[in-house]
Design a protein around this ligand. Structure first.
Ligand code: FAD
Length: 448
């Protein structure tokens, strides 16, 4: 415990949290100025959600990913894999834990002059009866398992929820041999069609859309359609079918997997812990991606959900701005404005319909870490009250899944974020507490 505390912290001019497309771009751009740059990510490899696994075989990576991985590898950047932020000390200091040394990770302090948060997003899951059954998975989650080697060949899959991610996932699963029975999109046809037409102005995205359409040829895509129940083989048994509602019809579709996600939720917990202001659920940033806390920047999906191109441009902006390269910042502004318009279209097209709120019944589990049912949660009037009375949101995911679900179901806001940002071992917590006490004593000593 003492060895971690007595060691001087690793210090960076610019420290980037998250090595997805936004974090990689931010780090590369900051490093161009000669700044000492560090990047940490809780995964063993860089790439984030979309480029996951592509750094291992650059030949197979898409050209954009390859370009950025090559730049990342050839830049003087210190990459700290399998490392996550647990807490912060005073301004300029983070407490991180290494998560590859099981069972207990090493805890240490990292110091920075400028911090760039590129913590990405996660899928939004909405509860409905049977959503906790084995083989009902997040759409991106199932895709990630297949990328990591799960065999999906010959399996019947229904992909349901909302957003373009469903199409990317369905195409990926089909490419790996899945029998994709149906893609159920909750948004109505007219909104999806308007969104599709807007792609005419985005050549790369249009080409990608045509490629996905080709890959999914013959797979039914139903709009205004959503899952209302998943049914398993006996009590808690493996998934056998999903009941869907579309138009005036309700029907069952047999499947081995239900890949289900209702678009994305930004990962804003660390930003909130550092005191950055949020607006409508996203981290508020200015034209150079600086948050309301001076010296703390944010890029990619915590600021807006707009796809990989927007994440990269925001990462570049934040990296240049953090390193003081103002001339390069100005050049990126028109591209950023164009991609911001695309993000607004995305938000509008895939807004969630009211009817999804009525898919839950009293017995539906809403907080799956603590097994808290809808009937218990609805007796309360706020997130805080439900948490205190039912333990909803107090399990290992720390409300990352049921928090956004209750926000949609009841309009509740998660009103505070407390450390640790991720579940930590008792030893990690003890080291973090000792570091904070030491920090406190030192500042007290200095002020005397
Ligand atoms: C599950 C999932 C699958 C997706 N699949 C596709 C797809 O197939 N096609 C597509 O076009 N788009 C996909 N997207 C959307 C895609 O993620 C974005 O377009 C793009 O990757 C966003 O890049 P980013 O850098 O902003 O975030 P991300 O790529 O999410 O990168 C953020 C990184 O930060 C890390 N991180 C977060 N918090 C911490 C912390 N406290 N400490 C350390 N590390 C941290 C995360 O583990 C992650 O590696 C997917 C999104 C999700 C959630």
């Amino acid at each position: 415990m003492t060895s971690a505390m007595n060691r001087p912290p690793n210090s960076f001019d610019v420290l980037v949290v998250g090595a997805g497309p936004a974090g990689i771009a931010a780090a590369c751009c900051a490093a161009e100025s000669g700044a000492r740059v560090g990047v940490l990510d809780n995964n063993p490899r860089a790439g984030g959600q979309i480029w996951r696994g592509q750094s291992q075989s650059l030949a197979a990576a898409n050209p954009d990913a390859r370009k950025w991985f090559e730049k990342f590898a050839s830049s003087p950047i210190e990459f700290l894999p399998s490392t996550e932020v647990v807490d912060h000390l005073e301004k300029g200091h983070l407490i991180v834990q290494s998560i590859d040394a099981q069972p207990i990770g090493e805890v240490r302090e990292l110091a920075y002059k400028k911090l760039i948060l590129c913590t990405g997003a996660r899928e939004l899951f909405l509860p409905f009866p049977g959503w906790t059954l084995p083989n009902v998975m997040g759409a991106g989650g199932l895709q990630a398992l297949v990328k990591s080697g799960l065999s999906i060949s010959g399996k019947k899959v229904v992909v349901a929820g909302s957003g373009p991610l469903l199409l990317a996932v369905a195409a990926h699963l089909r490419e790996h041999g899945a029998d994709v029975r149906l893609i159920a999109e909750q948004a109505p046809w007219h909104r999806v069609a308007r969104f599709g037409m807007s792609l005419v102005f985005e050549k790369a995205k249009l080409a990608q859309a045509f490629e996905i359409k080709r890959q999914l040829s013959g797979v039914p895509y139903k709009t205004s359609c959503w899952p209302i129940r998943a049914t398993g083989n006996g009590e808690g048994g493996k998934l056998e079918s999903v009941t869907l509602r579309g138009g005036n019809k309700t029907w069952q579709e047999r499947c081995d997997y239900l890949a289900c996600g209702f678009h994305l939720v930004p990962n804003t917990e660390l930003a909130a812990l550092l005191g950055c202001e949020l607006r409508a659920g996203f981290v508020r940033v200015d034209a150079i991606q600086q948050t309301s806390v001076s010296g703390v920047f944010c890029a990619g999906e915590p600021t807006s959900i707009g796809g990989v191109d927007l994440s990269i441009v925001e990462g570049q902006l934040a990296g240049y701005a953090a390193a003081g390269q103002t001339a390069s910042v100005a050049k990126l502004a028109p591209q950023k404005r164009r991609l911001d318009r695309f993000a607004a279209l995305l938000r509008e097209a895939f807004a969630l319909r009211e009817e999804l709120r009525s898919s839950v019944d009293p017995e539906t589990i809403v907080c799956r870490c603590e097994d808290v049912k809808f009937s218990r949660i609805r007796q309360h009037s706020s997130w805080r009250a439900a948490k205190l009375q039912t333990r909803c949101g107090m399990g290992p995911c720390q409300g990352r899944i049921c928090g956004p679900a209750t926000e949609f179901l009841f309009g509740w806001k998660v009103d505070s974020v407390r450390p640790p940002v991720f579940a930590a071992s008792l030893q990690s917590l003890a080291v973090a507490a000792a570091m904070q006490t030491e920090e406190h004593l030192m500042s007290h000593e200095e002020s005397r």
